[in-house]
Write a protein that binds this ligand. Structure first.
Ligand SMILES: [Cu+2]
Length: 162
């Protein structure tokens, strides 16, 4: 009985701390690009802000076999995409944009076509500076363009250090 009580307390405090951290991360304007027939990969975009220094370290979705956090940048006039091996830095209090031509969540080996006006669940894994991981599930609308109010060229202070 003593054991059980202790376990309940531990689980409760763990849940509370997870919740506390989840509230520190805000996801806004998420969207995932609709696919055309035969397309096996697409990108998901959103704005992420964390109240504390953190990282987006992983993402997953039941509709894709492989999900990676990517960066796209110009390299000698060629747009190149690469996975961020250490995740995406989320400096405290700063909105970090994941958008076409920049950071994005890459969904590969899609198991089904993604049609406009549906939603796709995306599980995001964040890591705080102490190394503790938490997950947040976002229902991401499938669209052919960014959500209204978010222009493609929106300039936020996106800072990242390597
Ligand atoms: Cu990519």
């Amino acid at each position: 009985m003593k054991h059980l009580t202790l376990r309940v307390i531990l689980v409760t405090s763990l849940l509370l701390s997870l919740q506390a951290f989840a509230q520190n991360v805000t996801i806004s304007n998420p969207w995932i690009r609709a696919t055309v027939q035969g397309q096996k990969a697409t990108g998901a975009f959103m704005t992420v802000s964390s109240k504390e220094n953190a990282k987006l370290v992983a993402a997953s979705s039941p509709i894709a076999s492989v999900v990676e956090i990517h960066e796209m940048k110009m390299d000698k006039d060629v747009m190149k995409m690469s996975a961020l091996p250490n995740g995406l830095d989320l400096p405290a209090g700063q909105a970090v944009d994941l958008k076409p031509g920049g950071f994005h969540i890459m969904l590969m080996d899609l198991k089904m076509p993604l049609n406009k006006d549906t939603t796709v669940p995306l599980t995001l894994t964040f890591q705080d500076t102490a190394g503790k991981k938490t997950q947040q599930v976002v229902q991401v609308p499938v669209s052919t363009q960014p959500p209204a109010g978010q222009s493609m060229g929106a300039q936020h202070n996106t800072q990242h250090t390597h």
